[in-house]
Design a protein around this ligand. Structure first.
Ligand SMILES: Cc1cc2nc3c(=O)[nH]c(=O)nc-3n(C[C@H](O)[C@H](O)[C@H](O)COP(=O)(O)OP(=O)(O)OC[C@H]3O[C@@H](n4cnc5c(N)ncnc54)[C@H](O)[C@@H]3O)c2cc1C
Length: 355
């Protein structure tokens, strides 16, 4: 009798599970793992295919700004950031000269990708998600396939360089711009400071490996920061570099549903790319759950998600693109620095444009 009762209760669950179609996510970064976790929490079978493994260092400023607690809660990952650094104060320097100090209206999180991605992978598995590492998916459209494989490899002008170093900062976030790019410094865990820069590729720079970071800083007129980096202790294995990408909206893969950097890449100075990956995941939950449960067609789910991403990100991508170009224009940069020194540059008004 008892056995029958259990069977009677379990049978409908089993049949619902069979009805739920599997979502496959290519890319186990922030967008892929947070989306996978949120879908698993709603009973959707999910497989994530990840080319790499965990933990791993990645090129990223590791400064998360602009995502709300509600978004992180809806993804089921808010607690993973509970011990992250809380960043509020910031300063901007141009070639060693500080011209702006301010505070963020809402604290940003500081946590390494080494720690965060591994935690996200663990959370996804805890929820029963299937995570296959060391598998490189191919961008071939298929029902139920979400492409969250990050920045699109293509010829690009940029090089991103990152390391964790023992270096003290006066502010929670220090931005340093030079003639060839910019670099951010912000604390992560265990006393390490993330130093991460985006620079225009310069083929005349002969440095190799981790010497690239100080070499690019020197080439852009940031000798003092370069010297401080050379003198600092570096975390083993933390130096990473990436090149071969373009910022902004990524060329669409026809028929493929893209989220996160695979869909659009906001310039890194905004500190908003990771937040966008989480927000994109949040926008995708309901339409993908509806498709999985047979409530809509795959085409409809994709159309809804693309429309939501467009509406949510369009304005900030345009604004960030304009500001990013201005950062690489010496005249505009110098004018902005003078305005900021006299307190005229409205940092507080510019920030919401890229959120
Ligand atoms: C220099 C630089 C500094 C940055 N600093 C910041 C910052 O301070 N704050 C911020 O918010 N954002 C920052 N960003 C942006 C941020 O890193 C990205 O927006 C964020 O990582 C996007 O998450 P994602 O999940 O879309 O992609 P990713 O985190 O890149 O994840 C994609 C995953 O897909 C995997 N993958 C790739 N190809 C395949 C394949 N074919 N099959 C299977 N798996 C695959 C990759 O291994 C990776 O794990 C920075 C970016 C750069 C370049």
């Amino acid at each position: 009798m008892v056995r029958n009762f259990h069977m009677a209760r379990r049978a409908p669950h089993a049949s619902v599970a069979r009805l739920n179609r599997n979502v496959t996510i290519a890319g186990g970064g922030l967008a892929g793992l947070s989306l996978g976790t949120a879908l698993r929490a709603r009973g959707i079978p999910v497989t994530v295919l990840e080319a790499g493994s965990y933990p791993r260092h990645r090129v990223c400023g590791e400064f998360i700004s602009g995502v709300t607690a509600e978004t992180l809660r809806s993804l089921g990952i808010l607690d993973l950031l509970a011990d992250a650094r809380q960043h509020v104060s910031l300063a901007w320097h141009d070639r060693g000269r500080r011209f702006l100090t301010d505070t963020l209206p809402v604290p940003a999180y500081g946590i390494s990708r080494h720690r965060l991605d591994a935690r996200l992978a663990g959370r996804f598995r805890e929820h029963g998600g299937e995570l296959c590492t060391g598998i490189r998916a191919r961008p071939e459209p298929a029902e139920g396939l979400v492409w969250a494989a990050g920045r699109r490899p293509r010829t690009g002008r940029w090089i991103g360089l990152k390391a964790h170093v023992r270096i003290a900062t006066a502010m929670d976030l220090e931005m340093h711009s030079g003639t060839n790019g910019y670099c951010g410094l912000a604390a992560v865990e265990d006393g390490w400071t993330n130093v991460c820069g985006l620079f225009l590729i310069d083929k005349t720079i002969a440095a190799r490996g981790r010497d690239l970071l100080p070499a690019y800083l020197e080439a852009g007129g940031q000798e003092r920061l370069a010297a401080a980096l050379r003198a600092a202790g570096w975390r083993d294995g933390s130096f990473s570099a990436v090149a071969g990408f373009e910022l902004g909206r990524q060329p669409p893969f026809p028929g493929l549903l893209c989220v996160g950097d695979a869909e659009s890449m906001i310039p890194p100075f905004t500190g908003n790319g990771m937040s966008m990956a989480f927000q994109a995941a949040e926008h995708a939950i309901a339409p993908l759950a509806a498709w999985s449960q047979g409530g809509c067609s795959w085409e409809n789910a994709c159309r809804t998600i693309r429309a939501r991403l467009h509406q949510c990100f369009r304005r900030r991508l345009i604004a960030a693109g304009i500001l990013h170009r201005a950062l690489f224009h010496s005249g505009i940069r110098e004018t902005a620095a003078s305005l900021a020194t006299t307190g005229v540059l409205p940092f507080g008004k510019l920030l919401p444009l890229v959120r």
